[in-house]
Design a protein around this ligand. Structure first.
Ligand code: PLP
Length: 399
């Protein structure tokens, strides 16, 4: 067990002022939620915005709404390498998963495979392009490939505040969503945002959302306590403590077999009162660290980066591919002991998840498997200092 400065792999800091704003939000109730929603609508330039309890809740409600909008279409195309909440949401919505392999250069969809999957003869309800780690994927090209009636659900869970070609990520598809979970660009402990300009989708979303419960007093209390824990323990000087408690499972990728669908609480909306300033401040801080990692990655031949090095993308973790598996394991083990916040990506492709494996028998996604074997990620969040970067690069130099 390590005692001492440990960098969290991902974080969007929550301050005591945010928590006090959250408690004030609790007293304001619906007014606080409407304020947050209206500010988001203005920022994203969208007609409709809905606030729910998490990113997976957002995706589930979107899929339920789309199922009602396009009856008879049952299949959802998702990346074979993505957050495990995505297949969980598709299953929760009662739909069928179609996996698409990845492009090993961009971490987006494999174009050839996607193009053939999207010729679904009326079976494909939607495709979920994902800005993995915040790397913008090519929504325009995917739209060109999709047949009429296939809906683009933009998974911007990891990309709030990011842009592509001057446009805000999350607003490029027919409907998009963001996560406000703890390792994202902005956090309200948990939370999900849905945005769309399509009235027909919004109408069905509204119907589904009316069925959702609100947070109870106890649930709000739990959120306040979780907020306080994040405020205290996400700082690198104390992160070693929760990290050393095994049952918290920090850093583990789990498949969420069950999860609740709820409205966002007024505590969470209040906690986000300073969101716009925070998002811009965090973005600037993350880009500075991304530049340091780019500079480092450019000088080493051990790792591969997945975006155009001419850009400084707004990432929430900096992914690198290391083909030499022994080297990768050594780096990860040693970094873990030194508390450097270097972590693997998702442990396996979606078709290897224990709980869903039987849905994908005899299916293989070699690039997604390779990514699970090779990816490691460096922390870029606002709690990482330039001194930390120096410590990590010094540590990596021995390889
Ligand atoms: C790509 C992606 N989609 C969806 C989600 C689900 O978001 P949440 O954790 O808020 O439920 C996540 C969360 O990590 C994610 O990374």
């Amino acid at each position: 067990m390590r005692i001492g400065r440990s960098i969290p792999p991902a974080a969007a800091p929550i301050s005591l002022v945010d928590i006090l704003n959250g408690i004030r939000g609790l007293f304001n109730g619906q007014r606080e939620i409407e304020r947050f929603r209206d500010e988001l609508k203005q920022y994203f330039g969208v007609k409709h915005c809905f606030l729910v309890s998490s990113g997976k809740a957002a995706l589930t409600v979107i899929l339920q709404a789309l199922k009602e909008l396009s009856p008879g279409r049952e299949e959802v195309v998702i990346p074979a390498y993505t957050c495990y909440s995505v297949p969980a949401a598709v299953i929760r919505a009662g739909l069928k998963i179609r996996l698409c392999d990845m492009d090993s250069r961009t971490l987006g969809f494999d174009r050839k495979m996607l193009s053939s999957l999207l010729k679904g003869e009326g079976r494909i309800l939607c495709v979920i392009p994902t800005h993995l780690f915040g790397i913008p994927c090519e929504i325009g090209r995917i739209r060109q490939m999709a047949e009429a009636g296939t809906i683009l659900v933009e998974d911007a869970a990891q990309a709030m505040g990011g842009e592509y070609g001057g446009q805000k990520l999350g607003c490029l598809g027919d409907v998009g969503f963001f996560s406000l979970g703890r390792g994202k660009a902005l956090s309200t402990v948990e939370g999900g945002i849905i945005v769309t300009n399509r009235d027909d989708i919004a109408k069905h979303l509204q119907t589904r959302l009316q069925m959702l419960p609100h947070c109870t007093f106890i649930e709000n209390l739990v959120l306040v306590i979780q907020g306080l824990i994040l405020w205290l323990f996400m700082r690198p000087s104390l992160f070693w403590l929760p990290k050393s408690i095994p049952f918290l499972g920090l850093g583990k990728t789990l498949y969420p077999s069950t999860f609740t669908l709820k409205y966002m609480s007024s505590f969470q909306a209040g906690l986000a009162r300073r969101w716009l300033g925070k998002i811009n401040e965090f973005k600037r801080a993350r880009k500075e660290i991304v530049m340091c990692w780019q500079d480092f990655a450019g000088k080493t031949r051990a790792g591969r980066i997945f975006h155009n090095p001419g850009n400084v993308p707004d990432l929430i973790r900096f992914p690198i591919g290391i083909a030499d598996s022994r080297l990768r394991t050594e780096i990860l083990d040693d970094a873990e002991r030194s508390g450097l916040g270097i972590m693997p990506g998702y442990p396996g492709p979606v078709n290897h998840i224990e709980q869903t494996r039987k849905l994908f028998l005899n299916q293989e996604y070699p690039v997604a498997e390779k990514m699970a074997r090779e990816l490691i990620t460096f922390p870029v969040h606002p709690l990482v200092t330039v001194k930390d970067v120096r410590r990590v690069t010094k540590f990596l130099k021995k390889w």
